[in-house]
Design a protein around this ligand. Structure first.
Ligand code: SF4
Ligand code: SF4
Length: 172
């Protein structure tokens, strides 16, 4: 798997062996709930990521209106670990770029779209080394201007969804 873009290469490397539960395969908790999509369900691709998968027979790249001009990638529900796209490597988290006191900071947030993930409800179970590596990966990704702009747009959308979820919640 050849990754030309330096920021993506670093991020992929940092999240190759780190999983949300450390050495334990979290898919056993939930029968890999996040891998059970269908042909219309896919993972959003980061800028430059399409180049990595364009020749792979194991994935389909589809255009989508929902990913700020970038495509999504669809799998068949099973993959080799080394081939996981970045969205799968960081799931159920996202390195959000948030402006605080006039400065842009990377904050690791739980992805509000990950409602099927048991780790979203119980963040105390998340492996802290995984969380740190998502943050470090976010810092590398933000060094690429195009990826940084994309992350800012996704961050704003995720925070909006999180806010809406909070507003819609019928519980205290
Ligand atoms: S849904 Fe969450 S716990 Fe289940 S496999 Fe995906 S990341 Fe792991
Ligand atoms: S690429 Fe792999 S990790 Fe990602 S959803 Fe598909 S099977 Fe799951």
């Amino acid at each position: 798997m050849k990754i030309e873009n330096k920021a993506l290469r670093e991020a992929y490397g940092l999240l190759h062996n780190r999983t949300p539960l450390g050495a334990y395969n979290c898919g056993k908790l939930c029968e890999a709930a996040c891998c059970k999509g269908n042909a219309d369900c896919g993972m959003w691709m980061f800028p430059h990521e399409e180049e990595i998968f364009v020749k792979s027979d194991n994935f389909t790249i589809k255009q989508t209106e929902g990913n700020f001009g970038y495509p999504m990638i669809v799998c068949n529900g099973d993959c080799e670990r080394y081939e996981r796209p970045l969205s799968c490597r960081i799931f159920p988290l996202f390195p959000a770029i948030i402006e605080e006191n006039g400065e842009e900071k990377i904050r690791i947030i739980r992805d509000p779209r990950a409602s099927m993930c048991p780790l979203i409800l119980d963040k105390s179970r998340l492996d802290q080394a995984f969380v740190r590596n998502v943050k470090l990966a976010g810092a590398f990704l933000a060094q690429d201007e195009e990826i940084k702009e994309y992350m800012k747009k996704v961050s704003a959308e995720l925070l909006e969804i999180a806010e809406l979820k909070k507003l819609l919640s019928a519980e205290d």
